[in-house]
Design a protein around this ligand. Structure first.
Ligand SMILES: NC(=O)c1ccc[n+]([C@@H]2O[C@H](COP(=O)([O-])OP(=O)(O)OC[C@H]3O[C@@H](n4cnc5c(N)ncnc54)[C@H](OP(=O)(O)O)[C@@H]3O)[C@@H](O)[C@H]2O)c1
Length: 273
């Protein structure tokens, strides 16, 4: 995909944060963009905002969708395919993180996190692949740094984001035959409404380990995402620190463990454990 002009793009979770930034960039590039999310009010606000900042653009639409509900995904996607045609680009961006100690995370929370962050991705792709196979296209699944490093306080979240990477890798081989490419993006902390909410729940140790690292902007992540699609990259790593941590984990996992253990030892010292 060299240009997004006139391409049809579906963005699940496109009403806020990273998804909203991707939508804004694509509308400016004259793609035909459809954003999906649960809350109508937030969708309406997002459409208004995009229209306002893109000179009253009419290439943006919104549809309500709860990606965790397969029957609903099936119905809404049928409607979307009728109205807009198969997407050339699908971005699966819906997700959430509610960090806590493992022992505090209920089985209900675990199941819900898996549903939003992983089953939702599965549901949407399952419904759209038959239509996308006709002309080919590209799919981007949003994972996280927590999709390749196990982070303190994120047991349910990391499980769901590791799943997104494993699923994408396996599906990639199958969809190659149909000219459908797949990318996974692993954003670091990103300054979004979702991240602000996540911060409320972070255990003290998680805050100490992440220190004073400044979150990146959702626009930065969105730009990297679109550049990654143009370059047909499988793994999109937005920013130097993400590239470094990913390479360390892959090439020198022992050193990565050493760094993580050192930060934990620092926490233990402060907490006098
Ligand atoms: N922000 C970060 O620091 C960070 C870092 C790494 C990875 N990520 C990942 O990046 C993605 C976007 O995060 P964000 O921070 O931009 O989040 P955000 O600001 O909370 O936006 C999340 C979007 O997903 C939608 N959504 C949530 N649950 C949904 C569901 N069941 N069905 C359909 N839509 C749903 C939300 O709208 P409704 O609530 O109205 O449905 C909203 O549009 C997530 O997958 C997140 O895990 C974020």
């Amino acid at each position: 995909m060299k240009t997004f002009k006139d391409k049809t793009v579906y963005i699940i979770g496109g009403s806020s944060g990273i998804g909203l930034s991707v939508a804004r960039l694509l509308v400016r590039e004259q793609a035909v963009v459809v954003i999906f999310a649960r809350r109508q009010r937030v969708l309406d606000y997002a459409v208004e905002l995009i229209k306002k900042t893109a000179g009253n653009a009419n290439n943006i639409s919104a549809m309500r969708l709860d990606a965790t509900d397969y029957a609903q995904v099936s119905m809404v996607m049928r409607e979307a395919l009728d109205k807009f045609g198969a997407p050339d680009l699908l971005v699966n961006c819906a997700g959430r993180a509610l960090p806590d100690y493992f022992e505090n995370i209920s089985c209900d929370q675990f199941n819900e996190t898996m549903k939003v962050n992983f089953s939702g991705v599965w549901h949407v792709i399952k419904e759209l692949v038959p239509a996308m196979k006709r002309n080919g296209g590209h799919i981007v699944n949003v994972s996280s740094v927590g999709g390749y490093i196990g982070l303190f306080g994120y047991t349910d979240y990391c499980a769901s984001k590791f799943a997104v990477i494993g699923f994408s890798e396996a599906l990639r081989s199958e969809l190659k035959f149909f000219n459908i490419g797949i990318s996974v993006i692993c954003p670091p902390d990103t300054d979004t409404p979702g991240f602000a909410n996540e911060n409320i729940f972070k255990p003290e140790e998680t805050k100490m380990i992440s220190g004073n690292i400044k979150p990146v902007s959702p626009e930065f992540v969105a730009r990297k995402l679109l550049r990654g699609v143009k370059k047909k990259k499988f793994l999109i790593l937005p920013g130097f620190s993400v590239v470094l941590s990913n390479r360390l984990k892959g090439i020198l996992p022992g050193l990565m463990d050493f760094i993580l253990n050192r930060s934990l030892a620092g926490v233990a010292k402060v907490k006098k454990i």
